[in-house]
Design a protein around this ligand. Structure first.
Ligand SMILES: Cc1cc2nc3c(=O)[nH]c(=O)nc-3n(C[C@H](O)[C@H](O)[C@H](O)COP(=O)(O)O)c2cc1C
Ligand code: SF4
Length: 503
């Protein structure tokens, strides 16, 4: 992963630990209505892909264990990982693009409800993404993948060359000569692997995205409702289809690109389609970028405009993130695909403990505060969720006290210790396992390996019911915790391990 050159080390701290009474009086542990549902507290576990679905996208026992374990900590809400809305193979990514996925998802919602004692609301993040290929070998790319055109013939100075002859000549060129002949996009495909973009208007299925995508989201949202989720989070963030429409890099000329009013058009049409399908009372929110953090990308100014547009269109909640783009991703090895969290914008999304002067904690705080302010000034009370480096009560309470947000998201801290809210509310904040922000979990995510936390990987491997990764060295869920003062029974009930149990 890219890291800021300053290489300044930051140490996460427990902060001041509140008493039970102080926690009970706090903003963090106070309820809040989000659309038609009521959160019991303003704590939120944002979406995190744990790579536990089957290869064809079904819920497994490990998926259920993963979310049930978060639910034991009783956060106000959990957002289930980015879940694919199309009925196409996407590896072990959870899917919701067909009714056959609903029974597994139903088991998931039931498990979370049971594990949290009905305390935690469960949302699911709905994602659409475009195709991306692995970085090819140079010779294979030139001999097979590259589509030969007259532009290549002209650049080689012989318009009568056959395709095979063009390929042979290109193969003999050195890299700088090749860079002169290939288009920027072709060069990008050679160096990084081919990636579809929303601006590839010559490709029919890309041109047709504005017609195709809204009903896909709407159908997926209806399935989420049928499966018992409390609402959906539309994934408008990071490197995926909807974020690419919002991006300043979207130059489409069909009314869905260019100025920001047109860039936000498809996301709003998706929202309208979803709303029409699930009805006015179902919770529909989105996650989008407060800043794309790339050269020529959308900025906070755009994000404030989008936030107000979403609020005006009755989005129930808005969860901000930042960065996470392909545009500045690291070149992958040959045979591997580019990963959008490997460049500077990826760092902004999941900053780690080695940082710059700004540090890894709260980089999205001020941008989120400004988006919320713009939304409030426009007269809307949409719920704002801010995440990024939050790991203790003091920070979380501070975000609510200063009006940055209405709900506090904590992804890696909740992964490190799913009971951290519970521990604080029990006055046992000193028992919190604080995330070290080393991004071990994120490295596993990058390799599409089952995500675990380095802090609990090797703890209590031999306790009854502990489920382990295939190597037998890593726990697949966090170790159990029992409050010392409160004898609440069965705080951690693990489901039986049934690999590949679905469907
Ligand atoms: C393993 C892992 C998987 C993630 N998967 C998603 C995802 O599916 N959707 C999403 O919007 N963000 C995803 N994120 C980003 C987090 O939701 C969050 O925005 C980010 O980690 C910063 O918050 P934090 O500092 O509280 O961890 C993921 C993060 C991690 C560590
Ligand atoms: S592996 Fe654990 S400690 Fe490290 S960043 Fe991830 S959640 Fe935090």
């Amino acid at each position: 992963m890219w890291r800021p050159p300053q290489r300044i080390r930051f140490e996460p701290a427990r902060g001041r630990i509140p008493t039970i009474e102080e926690a009970a009086r706090s903003r963090l542990f106070s309820p809040l209505a989000v659309g038609n549902v009521s959160l019991r507290q303003r704590t939120w576990v944002p979406a995190m892909v744990p790579w536990r679905a089957t290869d064809d996208g079904f819920v497994t026992a490990e998926v259920i264990d993963w979310y049930a374990r978060f639910a034991v900590g009783r956060p106000g809400a959990i957002v289930v990982e980015a879940t694919g809305i199309r009925d196409v193979p996407s590896g072990p990514l959870l899917r919701i693009g067909h009714d056959r996925f609903v029974p597994g998802l139903q088991r998931l919602t039931a498990a979370v409800d049971e594990a949290s004692g009905g305390h935690t609301k469960l949302f699911i993040q709905l994602i659409d993404f475009l195709a991306i290929r692995r970085r090819p070998e140079r010779s294979k790319f030139l001999q097979q993948h590259l589509r030969i055109t007259d532009l290549h013939r002209r650049a080689l100075g012989d318009c009568n060359l056959g395709d095979g002859e063009v390929r042979t000549r290109l193969t003999t060129l050195d890299d700088s000569e090749l860079a002169r002949i290939l288009s920027p996009q072709e060069l990008q495909s050679l160096r990084f692997g081919h990636r579809e973009r929303v601006t590839d208007m010559e490709i029919p299925h890309i041109r047709d995205l504005p017609a195709v995508v809204p009903p896909l989201f709407a159908d997926a949202a209806l399935r989420a409702k049928a499966a018992g989720f409390d609402g959906v989070e539309l994934h408008f963030a990071h490197a995926y289809t909807m974020a690419s429409f919002l991006s300043r890099t979207n130059t489409r000329e069909d009314g869905y690109g260019g100025v920001r009013e047109q860039r936000v058009r498809l996301p709003l049409e998706v929202l309208a389609a979803v709303r029409a399908r699930v009805g006015p009372d179902y919770v529909v929110g989105c996650r989008y970028l407060a800043d794309e953090c790339i050269d020529g990308g959308s900025t906070l100014d755009d994000a404030m405009f989008f936030g107000v547009a979403f609020a005006r269109a009755n989005m129930d909640f808005i969860s901000t993130s930042r960065g996470g783009k392909f545009d500045d991703a690291k070149q992958p090895n040959i045979g591997a695909a580019a990963y959008p969290y490997t460049g500077p914008s990826g760092y902004e999304c999941m900053p780690q403990y080695i940082s710059d002067e700004r540090g890894p904690f709260g980089r999205n705080r001020e941008p989120t505060a400004q988006i919320r302010r713009a939304i409030r000034e426009a007269g809307f009370d949409t719920t704002l969720i801010c995440s990024g480096g939050v790991h203790n009560f003091e920070m979380a309470e501070g975000l609510l006290a200063d009006g940055t947000c209405d709900v506090v998201g904590a992804a890696r801290q909740s992964l490190a210790d799913p009971d951290w809210f519970l521990k604080i509310s029990h006055g046992e904040g000193s028992a919190v396992r604080t995330c070290s922000y080393n991004n071990y979990c994120e490295a596993l995510d990058q390799k599409h390996k089952p995500v675990t936390c380095q802090l609990w990987d090797r703890e209590k491997l031999d306790v009854p019911g502990a489920t382990l990764a295939e190597d037998g060295k890593r726990r697949l869920t966090a170790p159990p915790w029992q409050p010392s003062g409160d004898a609440r029974p069965g705080v951690f009930a693990q489901t039986a391990k049934q690999p590949g149990s679905d469907p």
